[in-house]
Design a protein around this ligand. Sequence first.
Ligand SMILES: [Zn+2]
Ligand SMILES: [Zn+2]
Length: 296
Amino acid sequence: MIDYHLHLWPHGEADLEPTIEELARYVEVAKLHGVVEIAITEHLFRFSQAEKVLGKFFRRYPDSPMRRLMENYWRDHAKADLDKYVEVALAAKSAGLPVVVGLEVDYYQDKMDVVKELLKGYPFDVLLGSVHWIQDWPFDHVSDEFVQANWDSVGVENAWDSYTRSLEELSSSQAIDVLAHPDLVKVAGRYPAIPEEFFDRMAQAARDCKIVAEVSSAGYRKPVAEAYPAPYLLRKFKEYDVKITTASDAHRVADTACSFSDIKTFVTEAGYLELAGFKDRTLHTIPISGKSPVLS
Ligand SMILES: [Zn+2]
Ligand SMILES: [Zn+2]
C-alpha cells in the first residue's frame, strides 16, 4: 500500500518549519500499516508564494460574508515557505526515506496557467488536484454552521453540478496528476436524486484526461461516513481503466494510513491489483501488497 495524501499541519494551527525528523515519524507510522511509500502533499494555499500570485482570487465574487470568510481563511493559511518545504522533502528522500514530494492543488477557475507557471520550477513527484470550494463557498467545512447553512440556498443538485463541472475543468487543465477525494461534494452526506449521473461525469473526466483517482479513508471521518470515492464511482473508475492511489489525507502523524485495512479490502474487492506511484510526475505501478520499485 501507499499513502499518497499527507499534510504536515492541521488547519487552524500555525505551520511549523518542516524537518526530516517529522517526515521520518510519518514513515514510521506508515510502515506499521504496511505502507511502503508516502507522498507529502501540503495544500498549495499554505505557502506565501501562492498568496503572491493567487491571493486576490476570491475578489472576482461579489462582496459577501461568505467571500470574506473565504478570503480570511486563505490569508490565515498562506504563511509557509514553499522552497523550504520542498528542500526538506528532498533531503528526506536523499536520506533514504520512502517519501515522494507533492502538493495538494485546488482548482482556481481560469487561473490554472498561473498555478502551472508557479509550480513548474519545482521538482515535484506528484500533484493532487482538489475541488474544496464552489465559487467562494467552502462546502467541506462541515463543522461551520454558517457555511453548512448555504447548502439550502445553493441546493444539492446545483452544488453537485457545479462541483462536477469544476472537477472536469480541473482535469482538463493538465496541471495535476491525481484527483484527490474525487467525490468530496458528498462530504456532508447530502446526495442528489441520481448521484450516478454525476459519478459518471467524474469517471469520464479522469478517463478522458488520463488522470489517476485517489481512494481515500478521509470520508470515514466525515458526516458522509464512507470512503472517497463511493463504491459505484470506484467501479466506474475500474471499468474505465482509471488507475488509483490510496490515501488517508491525514493532517497529523497519528492519522497516517488511517483505516487502511478497510481501504485495502475496498480496492481489492473492486478488482484493483496495483496502485499508481509517481516519480518526477511520471507514473509507475506498485503492487498492492509488496515493495515499491522506487525503493528497491
Ligand atoms: Zn483535500
Ligand atoms: Zn488534503
